[in-house]
Design a protein around this ligand. Structure first.
Ligand code: UDP
Ligand code: MG
Length: 344
């Protein structure tokens, strides 16, 4: 970590059942890293509980290439947590997060590095076009990013995923943000510094299929909104005002009808009012529940993830070796909860 030593680029790659795509990814990413000849590099795969043999492929890579490190989770913890673990373990002066399915072209990393050298702390990829995605996914993604912008008080850029580069200090800030229902791109926007977008073409998946079914996407969207906005909680009051306003209007019409001598009616009206209010109340309780659930999740002092094993070749640089001996004690054991650096 001395000032004159070559700077290190860490490439963090979350992997969940990508057995057919890993080799192709590695080839392209490696070529890009080697092209950046004035930087050292490490490629840090986080195996997020794969069950398809991805781990064996990754292990093989870590044996043949000392620049490859593999952090193996004890089970599937999800994409956002896998990214977090990767950044936690990365040692680079710049940390890049990229998907393993080649939807984010590794070649774009060179553009990121250029911007980073110009002094930007965060360089994120802006999706200019997206091949191979369903119309429904594109539409829901657009709607979601617009909604998020309206509801949150953090400037989260539109059409931006987790494909990005972070400077050492911004990665360090992210390491300090331990909230559990994570929306990493929002956390990064929140921290400030100078952030800049680089447009790129998002390709179709190279192999395999998406690990984000609608169910997970909805959870992700709710995490995004609830982590950055309490606006939904205020919905209850607004609906309350609306309902009382309507009730007053209705009261007025009742008086008028009475004055005109109308006969008793109103079965339907009562039913509508009861159902409407009941529905509104349940929705509001649900929204409050959503936040309480998150508070509950946040106060449990559980680690965010559990690392089962780390595959890596010992570094040669004395400085790095020194750090390794501090950080990785017991790294290959099943992690007890009190080993810092392993369980966070
Ligand atoms: N991924 C992961 N854990 C999960 C789901 C996905 O580590 O629980 C990884 C996956 O292997 C890929 C990246 O996260 O490298 C993005 O996932 P995917 O391509 O399925 O998402 P999409 O691009 O369809 O939104
Ligand atoms: Mg993908």
């Amino acid at each position: 970590m001395t000032a004159h030593s070559t700077q290190l680029l860490s490439v963090v790659v979350p992997v969940f059942n990508e057995v057919d795509g890993i080799d192709a990814f590695y080839e392209r990413a490696k070529a890009v890293c080697e092209g950046l000849s004035d930087l050292d590099h490490e490629i840090l795969f986080v195996d997020d509980g794969s069950t398809d043999g991805s781990l064996e492929v990754l292990e093989g890579l870590s044996r043949s290439d000392p620049a490859v490190r593999v952090v193996k989770f004890s089970r599937n913890f999800g994409h956002q947590i896998a990214i977090t673990a990767g950044v936690d373990h990365a040692e680079g002066d710049a940390v890049v997060v990229i998907d393993a399915d080649l939807q984010d072209p590794p070649e774009t990393i060179a553009d990121f590095v250029e911007k980073w050298r110009e002094g930007h702390d965060v360089v994120y990829g802006v999706r200019e076009s997206r091949d191979g995605e369903t119309r429904a996914k594109l539409w829901t993604a657009t709607a979601f990013y617009r909604l998020l912008r309206r509801f949150t008080n953090v400037e989260i850029p539109v059409d931006v995923g987790d494909f990005r580069l972070m400077s050492r200090r911004s990665a360090q800030v992210l390491r300090g943000m331990r909230e559990k229902d994570r929306f990493v791109r929002g956390l990064v926007s929140w921290m400030g510094f100078t952030q800049v977008g680089v447009p790129y073409r998002r390709d179709a998946r190279h192999a395999g299929e998406t690990k984000y079914p609608y169910r997970k996407m909805v959870k992700f969207a709710v995490d995004g909104i609830t982590s950055f906005s309490s606006a939904p909680l205020k919905l209850a009051s607004w609906l309350g005002y609306l309902a009382s306003g309507l009730a007053f209007l209705y009261l007025a019409t009742v008086f008028v009808q009475k004055a005109m001598g109308a006969t008793i009616q109103g079965w339907a009206t009562i039913m509508v009012a009861v159902l409407f209010l009941g529905g509104v109340q349940l929705i509001c309780i649900g929204i409050i529940g959503e936040y309480i659930g998150r508070i509950f999740n946040e106060i449990k002092p559980r680690p965010m993830y559990v690392v089962e094993e780390i595959f890596e070749t010992e570094r040669v640089s004395p400085a790095a070796e020194h750090e390794l001996s501090i950080d990785r004690t017991g790294a290959s054991d099943v992690a007890p909860a009190n080993v810092p650096g392993l369980v966070r």
